[in-house]
Structures are given as C-alpha cells and as structure tokens.
Design a protein around this ligand. Sequence first.
Ligand SMILES: C[S@@+](CC[C@H](N)C(=O)[O-])C[C@H]1O[C@@H](n2cnc3c(N)ncnc32)[C@H](O)[C@@H]1O
Length: 242
Amino acid sequence: MLKPEEDAFGQEIWAYYKGERTSEIVERDDGYFDVSSGPKMYFSEYDDWHSVDRKAMEFVKGRVLDIGCGAGRHSLYLQKKGFDVLGIDSSPLAIEVCKLRGLEKAKVVAIEDINFKPDSFDTIIMMGNNFGLFGSFKKAKMLLKKFHKMTSINGLIIASTRDTYKTSNPDHLEYHRINKQKGRMAGQSRIRIRFRKYVGRWLDYLIVSKEEMNEILKGTGWKIKEFIDSDNSEYAAVIEKV
Ligand SMILES: C[S@@+](CC[C@H](N)C(=O)[O-])C[C@H]1O[C@@H](n2cnc3c(N)ncnc32)[C@H](O)[C@@H]1O
C-alpha cells in the first residue's frame, strides 16, 4: 500500500476534485521533467476525450475491470451506460475521488496484486496510456497470463499507449539508446510523479510500438484483434484470446 506521502497521483487528483487547477509533473530517471495533460484530462468528459479513447469504448462488453482508473472517467462513463464496472487503482486518494464521483465499485488494488477468480470479467480496460502499467517485457507476459485466467472465454483487453519511436526529441532518443544498452525495452520509462511536496514511487511505464506489443503478446494466450489509430503517436489495442 502506498504511504500517504507517496500518493502524488492521488493528491493531484484530490486537489483538482476540490476545484484547484493543478498540473502533473512527470520526472524520468535521466533527470528529464515534463508537465503532462494530467488531472484536467483525468476528469474530462467523453466529448473531450482523445478519439482513440472514444472509439475504444465501442468494444467494451460485459463485466469490466478498469486498471489504473484514476479519477474514474472511463469507469463512470461505462457505469452510466449500464455496464458492471470495477475500477482499481494503487492510489487510495484516487479511489476515494472515484467513490465521491459516484463510482459504485472502486477498490485500492495495485496491478501487481491483482488476484481475481477465474472468469470474473469480460473486458479489462487500461486507458490513458495504461498499457504502461505492464512495466516490462517480463512482467507484461506474467500479468497477461494471469488476466487470461481472470477473464471469460471471449474476454478482451483494451489498452492504450503511444508509439515510443514516433519522436524526434533528442533526449527521448538518447533515453531509448541507453535503455537498450541496459537490456531494457527502448520505451521502458522509469518515471515518478511529483505534485507539490508529494513524490510518487518510481515505476517502470512501458511505452511500446505495435510490433513490440505483438512480441509481448506471444505465448500469453492473447493476440491483437484490432488497433485503433490516431493522427499522432497515441493508439489503442483491442486484444482478444487466441
Ligand atoms: C496516467 S493515469 C491514467 C488514469 C485513467 N486511466 C485515465 O485515463 O484517466 C495512471 C493511473 O494509474 C495508477 N497507477 C500507477 N501505478 C499503478 C499500479 N501499480 N497499479 C494500479 N494503478 C496504478 C495511478 O495512480 C493513476 O491513477
């Protein structure tokens, strides 16, 4: 469980929920800092979502697990549409905000601790680049096998990410090069969130190309059903059982 002072994600979501217009600072382990679209995006309504997110929702069916649900924008949208949705997140404050916003089923569970009975869900969603929560090539394969058991025979995973290679930023290209030298995937970004005095835990966030995603899926019982593309580096994958 995250200590309160480590819940930087939750603190920024909590502050935004209370009406403070906040930003999310993402720090990478090479010293690169960025301000993301953060809390504003986590609270955005369907009409303001990226086209990839809107299209992805068309594939959702049955009982849904939203991993890394944040402030619950996808879960709340799906709940309103009549889906049975459980939102999980490692951030206790994010889950508190989901509940306050009306999400009926929301629980503090980290992706690493997921342990649901066989056939518990029909769709797992990992939106807002949350394919990244798979962390590494090895961890992704292990979790995908676990998700295979937790889902129904026609189960789906819908996950969004960015093509890590669609950049010309020299700092990112250098980071890719060093990662590969270390035997890591190019887009395996070790990052943490900073918000005011709160500093999140370091996490490996995996940003992959379509080819790399295909490689990760091999031998896990999952395959690509369809990619949802956009005019920038963002895309989502609809992943089905082999
Ligand atoms: C980029 S945000 C995406 C939020 C939401 N899916 C959206 O699109 O608005 C990532 C979320 O994943 C959560 N998270 C980070 N590490 C996690 C982990 N190990 N297990 C579960 N959730 C995690 C964060 O607390 C945060 O809410």
